[in-house]
Design a protein. Sequence first.
Length: 375
Amino acid sequence: MKLTVRKSIVIITGVALAIILALKFYPRLTSHVVEIDLLSEAGISDGPYVFFDNKTTSVQWISNDSLFKLESKPSDYIHIGEGVDFKFQPKQLLALNSRPENQYDQVDKIATLSDIHGQYELYIQLLEANHIIDAKGNWSYGKGHLVIIGDAFDRGEKVTETLWHILKLRQQADKAGGKVHYLLGNHDVMVLNGDLRYIHDKYKTVAEQTGLSYAQLFAHNSLMGQWLRNCPVVLRINNIIFNHAGLSMAMVNSGQTIDKINNTFSTSIIDNNKDSIRASEELSLLARSQGPIWYRGYFRDTTLTNASIDSILHHFNVNHIVVGHTSMEQVEVLFDKRILAADTSIKRGENGELLIIDNNRFYRAGLDGKKELLW
């Protein structure tokens, strides 16, 4: 009888050990890592582009002018090397792509930049110098919010790297209690709508090699395309609105709100054609020169007064508006500190600044990591 009991204990222990070992090594047995090497010793390298089709996930990328394609399992990880260093599960990352909130309160630290336009190295240098990321490109801003006010696309040759790095920071910031916000600018909407006038020649070659138009690489069935289509156009944090180009009196007079603007872009402007947009008075207002992705009135409309700015701020119930879109040499403060310009010409690949808001104190911060108090 005792012998039987001992044998049972041995068997149970053996089963338990087997279960423990199986659980310990389960991820290794059921998933593997797809390594994406974007070597650039010769020729073009770009990607990866991740697509969803029913229950399958397909990945393609270009390394030294060679196109690679594969299908992966839902449990597989993708690791992008070469500077970005981002390991993720596509389905898990896609789950984060639901439409984000567009209004936040009680945020102590905010860092803002705009109009990266494919200048990846300068973007990384600026974030690292100001301790938004560490030397390995990982999030180090804690519970702070990073706001990128549109236009990662066009002009430069490292758009894809920029977008993947933003997604990496978005995931890391969420885990740290912070946030990374990407707002759509005019060049982002142009690409999503198939207007490819300003893309770098590199991406014309990428389209030829993949057999897809550049816009198709960011289509509805792509991870990047789904994420971008859920990004807002207007964001409020505390008493500050962030928007690519600016909010005009025309938007005030038509009764626009933050939610209404974001919903209209998501449902009726993105993926729509020019003729249809121009046939609608509301869509034409939002998608053209008086709208939030093209407006330049804060810089070019000589009839715009402090009273007009007060009306705009009162309508949207904020004290400041931060915009990009119109190129400056540095962060600029306009209309008695009500309007701040954050497009510091990063697109040229030579210099750039961050606007940093820390406990209601406003600073400009450069590539040397030094902050200058604005007020």
